[in-house]
Design a protein. Structure first.
Ligand code: CDP
Length: 796
C-alpha cells in the first residue's frame, strides 16, 4: 500500500495557498528601498528640465555648492570628464545621464545634488541656475517626420532626421495579392495613447561604495538585478564580482523598473566619489514625467476579406513614439517588441507589418507595461480591427471570430508574421464566455433598448499572447540570451530554500515557486523559503517582466527539483538496499516496487545526503538549473464586456465583465485570479480614465494623481472569472502558461469595443482611449470618430 501525500494539503500545484509575502506586506513590514537606512547615508535629488527642447547655454551651480549640508553637485560636464554623461540603453541607443548640450524632454535630468538630507538637496537644486535657449518642440511622429523638422538627436553622428528605425515583417507581395482578391477591405486607424505604469513605489537606489573592500552594493528598485549588475560593470568599468545589486521588496514594477535610469547612475558615481552611501528616491511627479512610459503607437491597418467572412490577409503600419531616447528593452531582433504577434489567434494566410520608431521631445517610452514587449498594442489593434471588419461585413462579432480562429486540431500553427503557436481551445473559451454573458439574450435586450433611445453595447476581445521569452536562439537583450535559472538547496532536515533569477514585484513568487517544489518533491510548501533579487546569492537570470517568470524561471524551478529528485532516488535505493531501478516515486516518498510498504520519505533522503550517503557520492542535496524554453507559452483569453452609454453626457457604465482565461495548469488558482482582476482593472483604467498627454510645448499633462487617474475599488466594476478551459502548455515542465498580463493586454479592446458597439448606427468606428465622456459625447453628437492624437504645434 502506498502513502502518497495529498498535494493540495501540502500546498502543491492547484492549491489556493494564501500568499506568504502578504504576512509582511499587510502588516506594513515590507522592506522597500526607501525603508533602508545605512550609516553615514547622504541623500540625492535631481534637477529636471522645465522645457521639452532647449539648448543649454550655461549651468551655474555655485550657489548650490554654498548651501550648508551640500556635499556634491553633479552636472553633465562633470559626468563627461568621467565618460559618464551618456550611457548605452537596452536598445542599442544612448541616453543622456545628465544633459550637456541640450535638454530633449520636460523632466530630463540636468543636475544632481547630494546633501545631508533630501530637503537640503532639493533646495540646492533650486539654487542651480540653468540658462536655456528654447528650441522648437516635437510632440508627435507627424511633426517629427515633417520636412524641416528639427533633429532631436543631433548628438548622434549620421542621424539625419527623427526616424530611429524602419522595420518590416511578413510577406509584402503576398499580402498585396490577397488584397487584390478581397471582396471587402476594412480599414482602421487609431492611436494607442501614452500611458504610465505608475507603480505606487517610485524608482530609487542606495549606492554604497566601500573603498576598503572595493565593493559596490546597490539597493535598488529593479525588476532585473543581474542585468543591472552587468550594465554597471560595463558602464562604470567596475569588476562585476565586486558589484552586488539587491532588489528588496518592490512596490509594483509593471515594466517601469526595467530600464536603467540616470538617477541610479548618479547615485553610484556620487557614492564612489564621496565614499558614503547615497540614497535617491524619486518623487511621484519625477516618476510620472520622466521614467518608463508605455505605448504611444499610431496604428493603421487594413484587412482583406472574403464576403463570407474569411480573412484573406492583413496589413499593419505602426509609428511608435519612443520619446527622446530609445531606451526600453526588447529582444534585439524585434525593433517594436512582439507587435508582430498581432492576429496570432486567427488563421490568416498572409500578412505584412511595417513599423517605424520615432524620436520626439517626450520622456523615453515604450516599456513593456504589464505586457510582453508591445503585445498590448498588437492585441488592442487586432481586436479593434476584427470588430470593425465584422461590422463592415454585417457579420455577428462572435461568429466572425469563431470562423477565423486557429482550430484546435491545427496546432502547432505558424502565424503569417512568424510565431509558432502550439496549443489552445479558442472556440471552447469563446463559448464559455458567450454563455456566461448571455449573448443571445443581451443582443435582444440591446435591440429593445435602442428602440427606446438607450444605448447598450457588447464588446468582445479574444487573443493569444506570447509569454515567456526566450528561447535563447531568437531572444536576447543586448546580446544576452533570454533564459532563466533556479537554485534549490534541501537542508538535512528536509526544509529547503529556492532562489531564482526572476524578481517578483507583487506577483506572489514566494508562494508559487514553493508550490512547484512541493509538487515535484512532496516537501510541504510551508517548509520552503523563496528568495529572489540579490545578485550575490541568486543564480543569473534576466528578471521579471513580460510575464516570463512562470514560463521560464518557474520551469527552471521544476527542472532543478527534478535534478534533486534524481539524486534523492539514488539515496533512497541506498537506504532501502535495492537497486535504483527497483525504486518507485510517489509524491513525497520513494518505495520498493515489489514491496510498496517499504519506503523512505524525501526528508529521510535529505538527511541521508548529509549523514549516510553511499560510497563515492558527493554529499549534500542541492543543485541549479538553467532553463531555455523551447517556445513561448501561448495562453488564450476571452474578455466580454457589456456597457450602457448615456447619450446626453457620454458617460458609460460597465454592466458586466466576463473573463475566460486559459493559462494552462494553474499553480495557484487564487493568485491567478488576482492577476486577472488586477489586469482587468488596469484595462478598464486605460479605456475609461487614464489620461496622460503633452501640450504643444511638450509639457506633460498628467504628472500627478489629480490629472492621471487610477481607479480605486469604488470606480472599478465587478469581474466574473471563468477557469473551466485548461490547455496545458505542451513544452512547459508542469504545463503552465504565463498569465500576469493577459487581462491588461486583452482587456482594453473589450471595453472600447463595447462602447463602439453601443454606438452602432451612428457611423462611429473609433474613439481613441481613454473614452472620456467628452470624447464619447462628441462622437455621438457629431456622428464622427474622435482622435486622441496630441496637438500639433500651436503656431501651425
Ligand atoms: O512574470 P510574472 O510573475 O509577472 O507573471 P506570471 O509568470 O504570469 O505569474 C504571475 C503569478 O501567477 C505568479 O505568482 C505565478 O506563479 C502565478 N501563476 C500561476 O499560479 N499559474 C500559472 N499558470 C501562471 C502564473
Amino acid at each position: 500500500m502506498t502513502q502518497a501525500l495529498d498535494e493540495i494539503k501540502i500546498g502543491g500545484l492547484g492549491a489556493s495557498r494564501k500568499r506568504v509575502e502578504d504576512d509582511r506586506f499587510i502588516r506594513g513590514k515590507g522592506n522597500y528601498t526607501d525603508d533602508i537606512t545605512l550609516p553615514g547615508m547622504l541623500h540625492m535629488e535631481i534637477l529636471r528640465s522645465p522645457l521639452a527642447h532647449a539648448r543649454i547655454k550655461s549651468i551655474d551651480a555655485s550657489k548650490a555648492w554654498d548651501i550648508p549640508g551640500v556635499h556634491l553637485v553633479l552636472t553633465g560636464d562633470m559626468m563627461a570628464t568621467r565618460n559618464l554623461a551618456w550611457m548605452p540603453t537596452l536598445s542599442y541607443d544612448t541616453q543622456a545621464v545628465l544633459a550637456t548640450d541640450k535638454v530633449r524632454f520636460q523632466g530630463q535630468e540636468v543636475a544632481c545634488v547630494i546633501a545631508d538630507d533630501p530637503y537640503i538637496a532639493k533646495d540646492a537644486c533650486e539654487a542651480i541656475d540653468v540658462d536655456y535657449e528654447p528650441l522648437p518642440v516635437i510632440v508627435n511622429p507627424t511633426q517629427a517626420v515633417a520636412d524641416g523638422a528639427p533633429v532631436i538627436r543631433d548628438d548622434k553622428e549620421n542621424q539625419a532626421g527623427n526616424v530611429i528605425y524602419h522595420w518590416e515583417v511578413g510577406d509584402a507581395a503576398g499580402t498585396d495579392r490577397a488584397f487584390e482578391q478581397a471582396d471587402v477591405i476594412s480599414r482602421l486607424q487609431l492611436h494607442y495613447p501614452r500611458s504610465h505604469p505608475s507603480p505606487i513605489e517610485c524608482c530609487g537606489s542606495i549606492a554604497d561604495f566601500n573603498r576598503a573592500t572595493s565593493k559596490l552594493t546597490v539597493y535598488m528598485t529593479t525588476q532585473a538585478p543581474h542585468i543591472i549588475r552587468a550594465a554597471v560593470a560595463l558602464v562604470a568599468e567596475l569588476p562585476e564580482q565586486m558589484i552586488r545589486i539587491i532588489s528588496p521588496d518592490i512596490g509594483g514594477g509593471f515594466g517601469n523598473k526595467v530600464p536603467v535610469y540616470p538617477g541610479y547612475v548618479c547615485s553610484i558615481l556620487a557614492s564612489i566619489l564621496l565614499e558614503r552611501p547615497v540614497k535617491w528616491i524619486e518623487d511621484k511627479t519625477g516618476n510620472l514625467i520622466s521614467t518608463g512610459f508605455a505605448r504611444d503607437v499610431y496604428l493603421d491597418g487594413e484587412m482583406a476579406l472574403r464576403r463570407d467572412g474569411k480573412i484573406l490577409g492583413v496589413r499593419m503600419g505602426c509609428d511608435a513614439d519612443h520619446g527622446a531616447f530609445f531606451s526600453d528593452a526588447q529582444p534585439s531582433k524585434f525593433k517594436l517588441g512582439l507587435i508582430h504577434s498581432a492576429f496570432a489567434a486567427y488563421d490568416i494566410p498572409v500578412a505584412h507589418l511595417m513599423a517605424r520608431g520615432i524620436y520626439t521631445n517626450k520622456a523615453p517610452g515604450g516599456v513593456a507595461y504589464r505586457c510582453s514587449f508591445r503585445v498590448t498594442e498588437a492585441m488592442f489593434f487586432q481586436e479593434r480591427m476584427v470588430q470593425a471588419a465584422a461590422d463592415d461585413l454585417g457579420m455577428d462579432q462572435a461568429e466572425f471570430r469563431r470562423m477565423n480562429f486557429v482550430k484546435d486540431e491545427d496546432f502547432p500553427h505558424r502565424t503569417p508574421l512568424g510565431f509558432l503557436t502550439d496549443s489552445g481551445q479558442y472556440a471552447k473559451c469563446l463559448d464559455v464566455g458567450l454563455k456566461a454573458v448571455g449573448y443571445e439574450d443581451f443582443r435582444k435586450r440591446q435591440e429593445e433598448a435602442r428602440a427606446r433611445g438607450r444605448l447598450l453595447g457588447l464588446g468582445i476581445s479574444t487573443m493569444t499572447e506570447p509569454l515567456g521569452a526566450g528561447n535563447s536562439r531568437e531572444y536576447d537583450i543586448l546580446g544576452i540570451k533570454m533564459f532563466d535559472s533556479a537554485e534549490l538547496k534541501v537542508h538535512m532536515t528536509g526544509k529547503a530554500i529556492v532562489r531564482t533569477g526572476a524578481r517578483g514585484q507583487g506577483q506572489g513568487h514566494e508562494t508559487t515557486w514553493a508550490q512547484i517544489v512541493a509538487h515535484e518533491l512532496g516537501i510541504p510548501a510551508e517548509d520552503i523559503v523563496v528568495e529572489e533579487g540579490d545578485t550575490d546569492t541568486a543564480p543569473f537570470g534576466m528578471g521579471t517582466y513580460a510575464s516570463r517568470s512562470t514560463p521560464v524561471a518557474g520551469a527552471a524551478v521544476a527542472m532543478v527539483s527534478r535534478k534533486i529528485r534524481a539524486k534523492a532516488r539514488k539515496l533512497a535505493a541506498h537506504l532501502l538496499e535495492v537497486s535504483e531501478e527497483d525504486v518507485e516515486w510517489e509524491l513525497g516518498r520513494f518505495y520498493v516496487r515489489s514491496a510498496p510498504d517499504r519506503g523512505v520519505t524525501i526528508q529521510e533522503c535529505a538527511m541521508a545526503a548529509y549523514s549516510n550517503m553511499p560510497d563515492g557520492m558527493e554529499p549534500g542535496l542541492e543543485n541549479t538549473a538553467y532553463y531555455d524554453p523551447p517556445n513561448l507559452t501561448w495562453p488564450f483569453a476571452v474578455y466580454i464586456v457589456t456597457v450602457e452609454v448615456d447619450p446626453a453626457t457620454g458617460v458609460w457604465d460597465v454592466l458586466t465583465t466576463v473573463a475566460v482565461d486559459d493559462c494552462g495548469i494553474r499553480i495557484n488558482p487564487m493568485i491567478v485570479e488576482g492577476q486577472i482582476m488586477g489586469g482587468l482593472t488596469e484595462a478598464y483604467a486605460m479605456a475609461n480614465m487614464q489620461f496622460i498627454t503633452f501640450d504643444a510645448e511638450g509639457n506633460c499633462i498628467g504628472s500627478n494623481y489629480m490629472d492621471y487617474l487610477l481607479p480605486t475599488a469604488w470606480e472599478t466594476p465587478g469581474f466574473e472569472l471563468h477557469s473551466e478551459v485548461v490547455t496545458p502548455c505542451p513544452h512547459h515542465p508542469i504545463g503552465a502558461k504565463g498569465i500576469g498580463e493577459c487581462a491588461a493586454v486583452g482587456g482594453p479592446a473589450a471595453f472600447v469595443n463595447a462602447v463602439i458597439d453601443a454606438l452602432t448606427g451612428t457611423g462611429v468606428r473609433n474613439i481613441d482611449m481613454p473614452l472620456l465622456p467628452d470624447r464619447v459625447w462628441e462622437a455621438i453628437t457629431y456622428r464622427r470618430d474622435v482622435s486622441g492624437a496630441p496637438p500639433v504645434r500651436s503656431d501651425d
